[in-house]
Design a protein around this ligand. Structure first.
Ligand SMILES: Nc1nc2c(ncn2[C@@H]2O[C@H](COP(=O)(O)OP(=O)(O)OP(=O)(O)O)[C@@H](O)[C@H]2O)c(=O)[nH]1
Ligand SMILES: [Mg+2]
Length: 199
């Protein structure tokens, strides 16, 4: 009887874990976003002024109590020479966050070409994609509506899946938690196609 109850309890206590890949050009604010996210979910985080360009990966496992689930984030370097490694993560990921530097008009074409390269990859077919228009605190930023228009054109070519462009400021945390709430609902909605692991 004890073992039965313990088994039921253990099963009930297991949580869905989803892997989320954070991509985007170098300097977009991916690592800043991840560190702010850790802070927003009451985890130890690195001071934002100590973040240096990522060579390799940063990993963070964050329990999301409101959904009784766990998100495992993979933040990988965005420098051009490192982008060829991104595809190694595709088969394992349940969702993608693509961070855009809204202040960098000179690289918006490079940014959209890079996103196109990701969404065209068969290995991430059906995976929800959240685009974050970051650095909304900078007055000279591009308007979210303009960024939406650019990325919605790419989204039109994607097979049926969830995608969204949301404004955030990774430095102050504005919009960060809301963006994760959007994503986690889509990950759960997509779980028949990409089942989570259980922890
Ligand atoms: N003003 C402003 N600056 C930001 C924001 N988010 C990030 N930054 C700055 O952008 C720069 C790059 O941030 P990172 O988080 O290192 O960028 P990354 O995308 O991880 O870059 P790589 O690791 O090279 O791919 C840093 O100087 C950050 O302080 C933001 O919301 N507002
Ligand atoms: Mg980084």
């Amino acid at each position: 009887m004890f073992h039965l109850v313990k088994g039921i309890y253990n099963n009930w206590n297991k949580r869905e874990q989803y892997s989320v890949l954070i991509l985007g050009l170098d300097n977009a604010g991916k690592t800043t976003f991840l560190e702010t996210l850790k802070k927003e979910y009451s985890m130890n985080s690195k001071p934002l002024d100590k973040i240096t360009p990522t060579v390799g990966q940063n990993v963070a496992t964050i329990p999301i109590e409101s959904n009784r689930s766990i998100l495992k984030f993979w933040d990988v370097g965005g420098q051009e020479s490192l982008r060829s490694m991104w595809s190694e993560y595709y088969s394992q990921c349940h969702g993608i966050i693509f961070v855009v530097d809204s202040t960098d008009r000179s690289r918006i074409d490079e940014c959209s070409e890079t996103l196109k390269g990701i969404v065209m990859d068969d290995e991430i077919e059906g995976v929800p994609i959240l685009m974050l228009a970051n650095k909304q605190d900078v007055p000279e930023r591009m308007e979210v509506q303009d960024i939406k228009e650019i990325f919605n054109k790419i989204a039109e070519h994607m097979s049926a899946r969830d995608s969204r462009v949301l404004p955030v400021c990774a430095l102050t945390g504005e919009g960060v938690k809301d963006s994760i709430e959007w994503l986690i609902l889509r990950l759960q909605r997509n779980k028949e196609a990409r089942p989570p692991t259980y922890k």
